[in-house]
Ligand binder design. Sequence first.
Ligand code: DX5
Ligand code: ZN
Length: 218
Amino acid sequence: MQLQIAPSILSADFLNLGRDIQILNKSADLIHLDVMDGVQVPNLSFGFSVTDAVSKVASIPMDAHLMICNPAKYADRFIDGGVSYLSFHLEAAGDGSAELLSHIRSRGVKAGLAINPDVPVSRLFPYIGKADFFLIMSVFAGFGGQKFIPESIDRIAMLRERLVSESDPALIEVDGGVGTSNIKELYQAGASMFVAGSAVFKGGDPAAAIQSLREAAL
Ligand code: DX5
Ligand code: ZN
């Protein structure tokens, strides 16, 4: 499976965001946009003003991760803003999840369903065949820089096994505490889209950090 590195701009330098996006254009596969509303998760991040600005300079696909209540209300606005991948939480969309996945797909965007670490992976199984990717949170959604939850590896393996048994090509994205020390195990367990905030931006050289992640995965 082709590995994709999706740096989260939550940890970027917002005073030099254009510069950071230009670096990612040359070194990353996706730009991960963490949208938080302070209700679905205990933190606020950014909304359309930032994602629209990023879209003007991004030359690689944007991957928006909605950590908001009522994601169905805002999905089209993110799609109009140019995202290529759009995920939302099962905890937020509940019974409306299948319909929202289908709507996102109908607009030509990759649809993703996300769960926090306390939601059983089996809750995703009914959506196999209806999503282009599944986002397994390996920390509780809300903040960058948290410690990776090791049980996430088994959760990914369980989901991958189920996808294989149903011959479904959906990808698995992992988000939270991903770095050079765990990326290989995560890749082997079946994830292929790797979100990384701190690991990419905190060392001061995002391009080199992305290269290190790629090398550590192999
Ligand atoms: C957490 C976000 C993550 C976060 C990852 O709610 O969804 O994308 O920015 O940051 P790190 O890699 O620092 O855990
Ligand atoms: Zn995220």
